[in-house]
Design a protein around this ligand. Structure first.
Ligand code: 13P
Length: 244
């Protein structure tokens, strides 16, 4: 059995004060048999780790540089994240890929670095609308998944399938559309790592997840949770999703 995971990707939202009051409220709920991860902005990470100490909530960063230190103005290193007690890192989010031009080669370095520093990695993949309409979904996802080839350890890995056309658009993938790609990703995991890795690695769906559509998605065999953007900004709606 794969434990269901629910991750809140706040993106560039919430001040420290807002983050604190969200987490104080979230801590009041029990999420039995579920894994809960919150990904605040860098500036709220240290407070968030402290606020969630001794709770089931894990705190992750939305991005990370691959190098331990150096002349990389404006970047945050794995050592800095480790130093404040961050346990999870999101890598390859479509906004990083498309708005900040991160390519597969860079993303590969980041994943390898994060895993070697002992972080749990939520690795994001997903096609654009154009790519889907051209029938290229599998090709794109396979190319993105190649960034994982050669990783020594798949234990700390989770995959998030986030079709770009579903992110922030209110147009979620149907459970069938999502499941089709999730089971393809599971097959790729078996090829890249092993059959056992394919059975254990959680694959989250992301893209306009709401309290209303989550149950249908979770009913699918290969959908092991959700990476939630907009609906994770409100503690009530994220709690509903994570308890679905
Ligand atoms: P939305 O839930 O706002 O569509 O965002 C999804 C996402 O990008 C999570 O990482």
């Amino acid at each position: 059995m794969r434990t269901k995971v629910f991750a809140a990707n706040w993106k560039m939202n919430k001040t420290r004060k807002e983050a604190k009051s969200f987490l104080e409220a979230l801590k009041k709920s029990k999420f039995e048999g579920r894994e809960i991860i919150v990904l605040p902005s860098f500036l709220s990470l240290a407070d968030a780790v402290k606020a969630c100490k001794d709770t089931q909530i894990r705190i992750g960063a939305q991005n990370m540089h691959f190098a331990d230190a150096g002349a990389f103005t404006g970047e945050v290193s794995p050592l800095m994240l480790k130093d404040i007690g961050v346990t999870h890192v999101l890598i390859g989010h479509s906004e990083r890929r498309h708005l900040f031009k991160e390519d597969n080669a860079l993303i590969q370095k980041k994943v390898a670095s994060a895993i070697s520093h002992g972080f749990h990695v939520i690795f994001c993949v997903g096609e654009t609308l154009d790519e889907r309409e051209q029938g290229k979904t599998r090709i794109v996802v396979r190319e993105q998944m190649e960034a994982l080839r050669g990783l020594k350890d798949a234990e700390q890995l989770m995959i998030a399938y986030e079709p770009v056309w579903a992110i922030g658009t209110g147009k979620t993938a149907t459970p069938e559309q999502a499941e089709e790609v999730h089971s393809y990703i599971r097959m790729l995991i078996a090829q890249l790592f092993s059959k056992s890795a394919a059975e254990h690695i959680r694959i989250l769906y992301g893209g306009s997840v709401t309290p209303e559509n989550i149950a249908g998605l979770l009913a699918k065999e290969s959908i092991d949770g959700a990476l939630v953007g907009g609906a994770s900004l409100d503690v009530k709606s994220f709690t509903k999703i994570a308890k679905a």
